[in-house]
Unconditional design. Sequence first.
Length: 418
Amino acid sequence: MLQNTGKLAGLTLFITGGSRGIGKAIALKAAKDGANVVIAAKTAVPHPKLPGTIYTAAQEVEAAGGKALACVVDIRDEQQIEEAVQKAVDKFGGIDILVNNASAISLTGTLDTPMKKVDLMLGINLRGTYLTSKMVIPHLLKARNPHVLNLAPPINLKPIWFKNHTAYTMAKYGMSMCVLGMAEEFRGQIAVNALWPRTAIQTAAMDMLGGDSIGKQCRTADIMADAAYAILSQPKDYTGHFLVDEDVLREKGIQDFDQYAVQPGHPLLPDFFLDEAPENLVKKMEQHGATPAFKPSSSSATSSSSGPIESTFDTIRGVINEDVVKSTQGIYQFDLSGEHGGVWFLDLKSGSGNAGQGQPPAKADVVMSMDSRDFSKMFAGKLKPTLAFMTGKLRIKGDMALALKLEKLMGRMNKAKL
């Protein structure tokens, strides 16, 4: 872990979405220096599935050695932000650092993204970041070493990062464009930078969507907190950078990154938007011990004439039961191309489940399109669905949360020695 240096002692941080996850981790890291932390988030009462509120986060900040102010803030609401900023200034005498962490995500295609979700992502990610920055900057201009840090990716215009979730990419890049513009606008006055993770980060939301199988492929939020701390300790002329957590910490001499892994030694899932071709991304996964999913192995280089897809579905039928159906409640359709192309379905919504060739008995909640060879690898545990999706090998339409639940079924299949 990056050691605290005391550089943030007495400074005031305004953190959006700070009640849990990366935002809270950054808050606690700063608190160890004795910083003042404003937790600006919506969660005032416990969420049924996501732990933590602004008040519990504030308690943790004070237990870590800082001072805290909990503010109920929907960053789409101009008045709520204005009131929270004023409370922060009244309590702590000013604001030194703004961390724009709050964000909304929906990894869905154009036809499957309701405008309500589009408005939510644009409202929180793009407009919320811009609005919060606009409200806080007048106070930052009075600070000795002011910083704005957006949790946003480097802008990468490769189509692969748009085609599966155009609305999310547009909204997230809105946060990046705020860095691009404001860094230049306030150069010499305020440091404005972006920070993005090299790998997926385990958060409560990630656990809710993907379960333990996703979590094992992640690093903890501590790596982002350490990287943020390193950036916020820089002078205000350190500005306009799009930074990746691992790169920041390597420059600080950190070499052991297993300390940040949820499960040290487990293959890590790269995050979105980083400027690497899919084949390079796979090489990086292999360096972490992942199965070389896109390289033919001696056992799977050629497909058996007896029907590899049918064989896969035989195994699927052997592991599904009423408990699986009850915990999943979804109907899946697989549109397969390539040598063994065709339409297959998996019904995990009724009875004890069913699977086979052809259209599903009812409208599918999730439609997955991919090459038949990659499908076999995916269900054999040789290709992670999340990696397949991020590298464009798998296209998903419909309920993303249900899509992620399939990994649990695949784990059962692997135990059945597919």
